[in-house]
Design a protein around this ligand. Structure first.
Ligand SMILES: [Zn+2]
Length: 859
């Protein structure tokens, strides 16, 4: 056989070639072969900002290794990619630069697709979707109508950010820290508008309970979801208003503290503020309410801000004590939560304590840590304890008291047990252009009329001028808004709100299973065959909303008979951040303190402006810190295989990764070593002999053991926890073992080289295929079966026995692995090491630890 020419490792020369070959071979296409088990590997799809950053590269590399591994392990794999393409940045670009959002978005997609393709990811581009494309949002709209039919979509008034100068609704991201509009600089107001909601609260209990089924999710993500849903068990209690028939309903998780109520607080929006406010307080209260309603929820509830409030002058009666307590209005109580009113128990609540101190309200202790404890407080006591000053309930512990007090209230007819959730319905209306139009028509005769399925999609008009002024862009387009009612023909108006982009991403993983279906949202069989996603990989920033909404959609569509499973994502991996070397000038404040690394000499890090010494640290790569590393720079210098190896080796996937050029070079050198090892071997002629396992030399046996230990260890590393870093360490060990082996002509050496290339392939796919071909193989390495280890090969014939004299290690010898205690002692005594260190002294005792060591105690 002809020896291939010796070459050096040049990633640029081989990477493009293999990407082309794979695409021609259709290697990454989703197989339809039903005989194999399925595996759905999914990365969270990106927003098409126009450029790929290192965080993307890490995310997609992790998923790609998993997809490639699973293919080699005999699975049919679905590994798709798409674009979360609606959203504000495109609209802002249009306003700032006059580029139509569609054009801007599709340009960015084209650019990023090209960047992604350079990464050599084994993606099936035939199922690509873009959420802004009419053939996708047609089905987003269809799904909205499913929710409407199910009674899970409804309209009600809710507050929005209103720019009084531009006369338009702003997204939260368009309001700065000082509460001003990003464009006009006007102080943003809160305004009530009729908006669409999804009734996610109907599914609160199931969303909470089913977290238990998610055994493949990180505990912390499940905890974040549980906290977001925020189930609590407490009591609903009614406080009658003095001089009125009305009662103030409060919800509390601490009914055991009800004897300590020293005031009641209403949210500024609560309708009872009108009833309870006295004429003396009327003007002041109205002014306060006006001021507060312009603040965002975040400002009102921020921990570090003082709680602001005002007395109404009115009083309410504590139904347990008959005592009259003042009624206040305060900004920290939100009308949307609970009943919009709370009972103030300063002695046993941190926030109430602070508020009572600031407003000089009474503080009454009703729970003490133990009987007879002192009843004065420097701070609130929020733990469990024993009730005091609580009438008939004195002496009961607070846990039992909760139940007893709630039952008493129920008997007396002024309260009852209540289960409550923090989760609120999902506001999905956006008064924006670049989103999926909500497919309903408002008819003066029929009310809300769904757009008939045959008329979907409700297309976004392309010819539209976006100014960022004068309200919703779609509402300004009369030719689009005015339509006849589909039911009765009366002149009617289209809904002009578009949907929250979180809706687009709440079902894209379903569409990937049947991405090109023009007649249906997806084929029932296909979606239920591929789903749930077996491995989902993405950032922790999506731990709450995206995952919760996707779970909600799955459950709703299941209840509509479209899906036959409860949860969309079997296993979830939240990869850590990519951090860059960052320079900071500690003497500067604000954004100026970050000195972009391209302005700093790494050997002498000083501020280029002031000459002051800089601090070095690692921080998440970002434009503002100037600490990013561009993926294309790394690829141009080292190739994508090295970049992948570094990313996978430097840290376990879920941990943060510090970008370190020296370690990137380390991986480049490793790939070079593998290259030399394999090309040297191939140049000497590939061995075609079959090994005779019962006739192996010791050297061959040792090498074979190293090979099978590598297979075993790497398979375990990639099986469950995806410990790619330790898997790559094992690859390095195998490469070293081959390098050191003195049996290059043996069929075992050939097995070692082949195995090394196959095991390397999912991590460094291009060099993997190139070396595989150099070994004379015709088929792609990615079509090879993942090797399994031979347990017999793992058993060592010999073991290393450590020899100690008086507890001190003096050396080691090789002994047969089956040797018993007596034999081990004999080998040790006779060894040259023992002879040398004992020097004829008397051996008092020999301590034998089988399989490990012999220790000689001298007299
Ligand atoms: Zn009508």
């Amino acid at each position: 056989m002809e020896s291939p020419q010796k070459t050096s490792y040049q990633p640029a020369a081989i990477e493009e070639k293999w990407q082309k070959t794979w695409s021609e071979l259709g290697l990454d296409k989703t197989p339809q072969d039903q005989n194999k088990p399925k595996f759905y590997a999914l990365s969270m799809f990106p927003y098409p900002s126009g450029s790929l950053h290192m965080g993307h590269v890490r995310n997609y590399t992790i998923t790609d290794v998993i997809a490639r591994l699973k293919r080699m392990q005999g699975y049919r794999v679905l590994h798709p990619m798409g674009w979360d393409a609606f959203g504000l940045p495109a609209e802002n670009a249009a306003i700032d630069r006059g580029v139509p959002p569609a054009k801007w978005t599709y340009q960015n997609i084209a650019q990023m697709r090209q960047q992604l393709q350079r990464l050599g990811l084994s993606l099936d581009w035939e199922c690509e979707v873009a959420t802004c494309s009419p053939d996708y949002y047609k089905w987003t709209q269809w799904i909205f109508l499913q929710f409407l039919q199910a009674g899970l979509a409804y309209q009600r008034e809710a507050a929005v950010n209103w720019d009084p100068i531009d006369q338009t609704v702003l997204a939260n991201e368009q309001v700065d820290n000082e509460g001003r509009s990003w464009r006009s600089g006007a102080i943003v107001e809160r305004k009530l508008l009729r908006q669409w909601f999804f009734k996610i609260t109907d599914y609160a209990e199931e969303l909470l309970n089913d977290l238990e089924k998610l055994t493949g999710w990180p505990e912390r993500v499940k905890l974040m979801q549980a906290n977001w849903i925020g189930k609590s068990t407490g009591a609903y209690l009614e406080f009658p208003i003095v001089g009125s028939e009305e009662k103030i309903g409060v919800y509390t998780t601490r009914p055991d503290t009800v004897y300590g109520v020293s005031y009641v607080v209403l949210a500024p929006e609560h309708p009872l503020t009108q009833v309870v406010t006295t004429s003396e307080q009327k003007t002041a209260v109205e002014a306060f309410i006006k001021e507060v309603t312009n603040q965002s929820e975040l400002e009102r509830t921020a921990e570090d801000k003082p709680k602001r409030g005002i007395p109404t002058g009115g009083k309410a009666i504590n139904p347990f004590t008959g005592e009259e307590v003042p009624v206040w209005i305060a900004d920290y109580v939100l009308y949307e939560y609970g009943t919009g009113a709370v009972m103030g128990v300063p002695a046993h609540d941190v926030r109430d304590f602070k508020f009572a101190k600031e407003q000089n309200l009474a503080i009454k202790v009703v729970i003490v840590p133990e009987v007879g404890a002192e009843e004065t407080l420097k701070t609130s006591y929020t733990e469990a304890g024993i009730l005091v000053n609580s009438g008939d309930f004195n002496g009961i512990n607070s846990v039992d008291a909760k139940k007893a007090i709630t039952e008493f209230a129920e008997k007396q007819n002024f309260g009852k047990l209540r289960i409550q959730y923090r989760l609120r319905d999902w506001l999905i209306s956006r008064q924006r252009y670049w989103g999926a139009p909500i497919p309903v028509i408002h008819c003066p005769e029929c009310g809300i009329v769904p757009v008939p399925d045959a008329d979907l999609p409700v297309q976004l008009p392309e010819e539209i001028e976006l100014s960022g002024r004068g309200g919703s862009p779609l509402a300004q387009l009369e030719s689009w808004v005015n339509v006849p009612c589909p039911t009765c023909g009366t002149p009617a108006k289209r809904e002009t709100d578009t949907m929250d982009t979180f809706i687009d991403s709440s079902w894209y993983f379903l569409r990937f299973t049947d991405a090109k279906n023009e007649n249906q949202v997806f084929d029932f069989q296909k979606v239920n065959d591929w789903m749930p996603v077996d491995q989902y990989v993405g950032g922790i920033e999506h731990a709450i909303l995206h995952l919760l909404y996707s779970r909600f959609f799955t459950k709703v569509l299941r209840d509509r008979g479209l899906l036959n499973f409860d949860e969309p994502f079997q296993r979830l991996l939240t990869q850590g951040m990519v951090q860059g070397l960052t320079y900071m000038n500690p003497n500067k404040g604000g954004k100026d303190k970050w000195i972009p690394s391209n302005l700093v000499d790494a050997n002498n890090p000083v501020d280029p402006q002031t000459g002051e010494p800089l601090q070095r640290l690692y921080a998440t790569m970002s434009k503002s810190k100037g600490n990013g590393v561009a993926p294309e720079d790394v690829i141009n210098k080292y190739g994508i295989d090295t970049a992948r190896m570094f990313i996978l080796f430097k840290a376990p996937p879920e941990k943060d990764l510090e970008w370190d050029e020296a370690d990137v070079e380390g991986q480049f050198r490793f790939l070079n070593r593998v290259w030399r090892l394999v090309t040297d071997y191939a140049a000497a002629g590939v061995c075609k002999q079959k090994p005779e396992l019962d006739k192996l030399s010791k050297v061959e046996k040792d090498l074979r053991r190293a090979i099978h230990i590598a297979i075993q260890a790497i398979t375990e590393d990639v099986e469950d926890e995806y410990q790619f870093n330790t898997a790559i360490s094992e690859l390095m060990k195998l490469s070293n073992a081959l390098n050191d082996a003195s049996c290059n002509n043996s069929p075992i050496y050939a097995e070692g080289i082949q195995t090394l290339v196959i095991l390397l392939a999912p991590f460094a796919p291009h060099i993997g295929d190139e070396l595989w071909q150099l070994l004379g193989n015709k088929d792609s390495v990615h079509k090879q079966t993942w090797p399994s280890f031979d347990p017999a090969a793992l058993i060592a014939d010999e073991i290393t026995l450590v020899i100690q004299v008086m507890g001190k290690t003096r050396g080691s010898i090789q002994v047969p692995s089956q040797a018993d205690k007596a034999e081990l002692e004999k080998y040790a005594r006779e060894s040259e090491i023992a002879q040398r260190y004992i020097e004829g002294k008397e051996i008092k005792k020999a301590i034998v630890v089988p399989g490990k060591l012999v220790n000689f105690v001298l007299g």
